[in-house]
Design a protein around this ligand. Structure first.
Ligand code: NI
Length: 228
């Protein structure tokens, strides 16, 4: 039996936690704040749940460009990613170099992943990132017809090549700048390992870590447009 006073206190406590931190990120104005978007490609992978824990602990939102084949293997991880407030984009179904494909094949690569994202996480992705950054006018147009904006990056860490915690951290810090978009991979274990130290240092340098759509200062992503 719980006393009425205690019950009220319990309910109040249940309603309050986590709201201030979330509001801080959701209400961030990147016109004023020194915003930076961390982006992770090629997952969801075996390391992604560990990364989600780190981001949660640090109260940081990020952007994930997911591969359809991987979503098929780990739909629950994608669901968890979306539930945690991170942004999700389409990174094709099988990670091809898209300019080598026919328009039908480009469409199929994107469409299959749109459907997998929706079925796993209940959302419709509004952005895509072309594998290897390879894109042409046809890729952008077909993606636009699918309701997708193209999102590349301002700095690539080459983490998949470095495979070294210290070097990956140094690369991110070197590439960081206001309104930057940093490309990493949640499939590289050393990137996930480096993340707590990277986030701490970025915060120390005054960065607010946001999702890519938050960098747009309230403007909506435009299908068929190219960012950043
Ligand atoms: Ni990729």
């Amino acid at each position: 039996m719980i006393g009425r006073g205690l019950m009220v206190a319990v309910l109040a406590a249940m309603a309050l936690p986590a709201i201030p931190a979330q509001a801080q990120v959701a209400g961030v104005d990147c016109a004023k704040a020194k915003c930076l978007a961390l982006t992770f490609d090629d997952g969801p992978g075996p390391q992604t749940p560990k990364l989600l824990k780190v981001l949660k602990k640090e109260k940081v939102k990020a952007t994930f460009f997911v591969v359809g084949k991987q979503v098929e293997r780990r739909p629950a991880v994608l669901k968890q990613t979306v539930a945690a407030g991170h942004a999700v984009g389409n990174h094709t179904y099988s990670h091809p170099s898209m300019p080598t494909l026919s328009e039908d094949e480009i469409f199929t690569e994107l469409r299959a992943t749109q459907e997998l994202i929706t079925s796993a996480a209940g959302i419709t992705a509004k952005m895509f990132r072309p594998p290897y950054g390879h894109a042409d006018e046809r890729v952008v147009r077909v993606a636009g017809d699918e309701g997708l904006a193209q999102v590349k990056w301002t700095g690539t860490t080459l983490d998949w090549q470095l495979r070294d915690v210290k070097k990956i951290k140094a690369a991110v810090l070197r590439l960081a700048r206001k309104d930057g978009v940093i490309l990493m991979h949640d499939t590289v274990p050393q990137t996930v390992q480096a993340m707590p130290a990277i986030i701490k240092e970025l915060k120390k340098r005054g960065y607010t870590l946001v999702t890519f759509p938050q960098l747009l200062r309230g403007k909506k992503l435009t299908a068929g447009a190219e960012y950043p």
